[in-house]
Design a protein around this ligand. Sequence first.
Ligand code: SF4
Length: 412
Amino acid sequence: MQGTPKGLRWHIGFFGRRNVGKSALLNALVRQEVSIVSPEAGTTTDPVEKAMELRPLGPVLFVDTAGVDDVGALGALRVQKTMTVVARTDLCVLVTDGWQEYEQRLAELFESRGVPVVVAVSKCDVGHPQEAEEAARAPGRQVVRTSAVTGEGLDALRQALIEAAPEERRRDPGLVGDLISPGDLVMLVVPIDLEAPKGRLIVPQVQTLRDILDHDAYAMVVKERELADALARLRKPPSLVVTDSQEFLKVAADTPLSVRLTSFSILFARAKGDLAELARGAAALDNLRPGDRVLLAEACTHHPSGEDIGRVKLPRWMQQHVGGALQIDVCSGRDFPETLSGYRLIVHCGACMWNRREMLSRIDAARAAGVPITNYGLAIAASLGILDRALSPFPGAWEAYRQAKEAGQRTR
Ligand code: SF4
C-alpha cells in the first residue's frame, strides 16, 4: 500500500499555530517519529509528509505544516509554504491549545472551500481545554480532546477523520469503471516515441490499465500504427478506445464511429477535476484571437524534450485553430500565477500526479478570476475539430461544451 501514488491518496493536513503540538499529535496518531518535536516554537519548517493506510478510508497522506503564526522573513516563507498545502488538503486537522483569531480564520478558510475541519484540542493532559473546545464548536465541525503524551483522544480523532470523509471519498469515481461492464474490451493506444520514458509506461496509462482490470474487463494495448490492424483482428469491436491525446487524429480516423473514443488526459480531467467545467472551458478556444494570452499549466516540472506537448505541439495546434500567434506562458509544478485575470484561457495538464482537491483548487482560482479553464486533451481535441468524438463517452460534458459554445457564438 505504501506504493500508492500521492495523487490517489486522501490528503489530511495538520494546521495550527507554532508550538500547539501538531507534530507530536501526528507522531502519536501514526505511532512513528514522522516530524521532529521540540519545545522550541517553529521546529517544523517545510511540510512533512507521511503516507499510510487509514482503514476504512484507504491510502492517505498526512501532511504536517509549519505554524501559521510564524514571524520574520523566514517565518513568512514558512507560512507561504504552509498555505500551498491548503490547496491540496482534503481534510484539515486544526490543532489548538487555545482558540484564537488564527484558528477561526483557518477554520473558515477550509470550510469556505468545502473542506471538512476536525479540531484537535491538544495537550489536554496539562491544560484545561474546556474553553478551547467550546470556542471551536460550530455546525458540522467535530471537536476532539487529545493528548499526544497520554494517548487520550487518539482513537476518537481517527474516528472523527473517518466520519468527516465526504461520501465521494467512499465512492471513489475511478477512471473508466463506470464506462464499461465486466467482460468488455478496452483498447489503449500508447505511442512509443522519443518522448516516451524508457522501459515503462506513464502514470495515466498504468492507472487506466489497472482500473480496467479492477472492473473485470479486458485491455489491449497497441501503438497508434498497429491500431487499425488490431481492430481488424477482433471479432467484436472494443467498447471503448482510449488514446494518448497527441494521436487523436489518427486514432479517430482508424476507430469506427460506433466505438466510443476518448483520451487518457480526458479521463483524468474527469477523475481529478470537473469535466463539465473543463469542457465548457474548451469552448473558449473558438473565441481566442491572435495575440491573446493563454496559460499552459503542468502539475510537474520536467525537462522539455524536442516535441514537448506543452511547449511545442499544443501551442502549434491551438495557433493553427486560432489562425495566428498567441502569447503563451507555461508554468509548472506549484508555480501557478497569483493573478490570472490577464489570460483569456488556461489549459491544464491531466494532473495525474495530484490529488483531486489540488486540481479543483486551480479550477476554483480560474473561476474566481473569470478565466475559462480547460485541459490538454480537451484543448487538443477541440483544436483538431474532434471534440464531439473525444467526449462521446461523456454526454453531460458534451452538453456543457455545446451550450458554452453557443453562448460564445452569441457574444462574438
Ligand atoms: S505534467 Fe500533469 S499530466 Fe504530465 S505527468 Fe505531471 S501531472 Fe501527469
